[in-house]
Design a binder for this molecule. Structure first.
Ligand code: COA
Length: 436
């Protein structure tokens, strides 16, 4: 077996593999649970020998030690999503956030518009034909492997082998580091009564035979609580978490009505607990494919009755959605929100939902309305007012698409928190000269 000889000849320690990364390189780390932890650890141990390494990734679940104070000479962080661990580095200038639609990440890597000299990925051991699987993360990870000049795989028996397009041949790698390591796990959240109410409203918009995109967190899990009596649901989603398993095992999700990839749950990455990763292992019901296919609005648009449910930081009275920043502070990123909002809008029978609690609590116990007259200064528009379809809070459903500015403001005020309504009505009166 020629591949075995190649593989054995390119096996090395993590220290050896990362010592070959040249100064000034753009290093792309596999997304989320796909992070090769032995390689990122070895990179940090070799930090003193690096100069001007630029690190790129979407979500990283481990600590961002390369973005801590004192590391500036060695590393610079340029993520495509600002998850919890990246926020301080970005706010304090040790990192620069790059806004990008998730579906465009591999496209921009291909075009050379996003730097990718080195790719570090976590893979399953090779099969009899010399193929490894990136299991939980195909997203932009595969494109990084195909574009980078130097590609290192951590070979990890804890990585599930998933179907779809998760396989790469050993000949596509330059170095292999064999090290088993548990994958990151994200436990299902606890669901509050507010989230349950939101979930119930969202579920009322889901018809039998719909195909769903749901993110991670309490709201998606709350939606699923109210889908138990639906029939023939499908999944075409950026990701799935453990919450999906119950609906799949009970037969509510059977993917039978999907227009494309019928009979399969199609995702671009997995993030949950070991139960999810074991479920996905060699399971023909799950396919993990590149994000420029899964999230591409044209792909999403081909699913009949596509329903996507995402969340927001704030929504203004025109229906503009900020899902990314608290004022100037980059809190997350666009991720797949706009990919799915636009795709669902083009899908026959498609709908998109922005679901959020009506208020967020301040540290001192006060409440801030998430429905606002104007987005905060510094905050971006993630989903534009022409794209927004439905907004849901615990107080109900506001229809936005097709409605006039006056009507959408009325609809949004009706689902705002009762304590916020007087102030919002005053703004309405100033703007439209009409008393509510
Ligand atoms: N003003 C000030 N602070 C606010 C706020 C507002 N309007 N809205 C939320 N916050 C704060 C909360 O208080 C909370 O603070 P804490 O972390 O100190 O407790 C924090 O922001 C998170 O709020 P929460 O309501 O728990 O958010 P979430 O975890 O449900 O995430 C988004 C909401 C919008 C950040 C998240 O859905 C996101 O990143 N979306 C964009 C990407 C996307 O949609 N991807 C879709 C495919 S998976």
């Amino acid at each position: 077996m020629a591949w075995r000889k190649y593989y054995d000849e390119h096996k090395m320690t993590a220290a050896e593999a990362v010592s070959k990364i040249e100064n000034g390189s753009h290093v792309v780390l596999a997304h989320c649970v796909g992070e090769p932890t032995a390689l990122t650890r070895a990179m940090m141990e070799n930090a003193e020998n690096y100069k001007d390494i630029v690190i790129h990734h979407m979500v990283r679940l481990g600590p961002l030690d390369y973005a801590t104070p004192g590391m500036e000479e060695h590393f610079r962080l340029e993520p495509w999503f600002s998850a919890g661990n990246a926020r301080a580095a970005i706010a304090e200038g040790r990192g620069d956030f790059a806004p990008v639609f998730f579906h465009e990440v591999p496209i921009l890597i291909r075009k050379g518009r996003l730097g990718c000299d080195v790719a570090l990925v976590d893979v399953s051991p090779p099969d009899a034909n010399g193929y490894v699987s990136t299991g939980v993360s195909v997203d932009y990870t595969h494109q990084a492997v195909k574009t980078a000049k130097y590609v290192v795989a951590q070979v990890n028996s804890r990585m599930p082998r998933t179907y779809g397009e998760s396989f790469l041949h050993v000949s596509e790698f330059d170095a292999f580091v064999e090290e088993d390591a548990e994958l990151f796990e994200v436990a299902p959240p606890t669901i509050t009564d507010v989230e349950k109410a939101i979930g119930e409203h969202c579920a009322s918009l889901v018809e039998n035979g719909s195909t769903l995109q749901l993110g991670i967190g309490a709201i998606p899990d709350a939606v699923m609580l109210f889908l138990k009596d639906k029939k023939d649901l499908g999944i075409h989603s950026e990701m799935i978490a453990d919450g999906t398993l119950e609906l799949f095992n009970s037969g509510v999700i059977n993917n039978s009505m999907k227009s494309e990839n019928k009979g399969k749950m199609t995702v671009t990455f997995l993030m949950g607990t070991r139960a999810l990763y074991d479920f996905a292992h060699e399971n023909p019901a799950v396919e993990v494919k590149p994000v420029d296919y899964v999230n591409h609005p044209m792909t999403v648009a081909r699913q009949y009755k596509m329903v996507c449910i995402n969340s927001a930081i704030q929504v203004d009275l025109m229906g503009q959605v900020n899902a990314e920043a608290i004022g100037f502070k980059q809190f997350s990123g666009v991720g797949g929100q706009v990919d799915f909002v636009r795709g669902s809008a083009m899908a026959e029978g498609g709908k998109s939902v922005i679901a959020m609690p009506s208020v967020t609590m301040k540290k001192d116990g006060g409440a801030i309305s998430k429905i606002v007259p104007f987005l905060d200064t510094g905050a971006p528009v993630t989903t534009s007012r022409c794209d927004t379809d439905y907004v849901v809070t615990e107080y109900g459903i506001a229809e936005i698409k097709g409605r006039s500015l006056r009507q959408r403001a009325k609809n949004l005020i009706a689902i705002s928190h009762p304590d916020s309504r007087d102030a919002l009505k005053e703004e309405f009166e100033k703007r439209f000269g009409e008393k509510l």
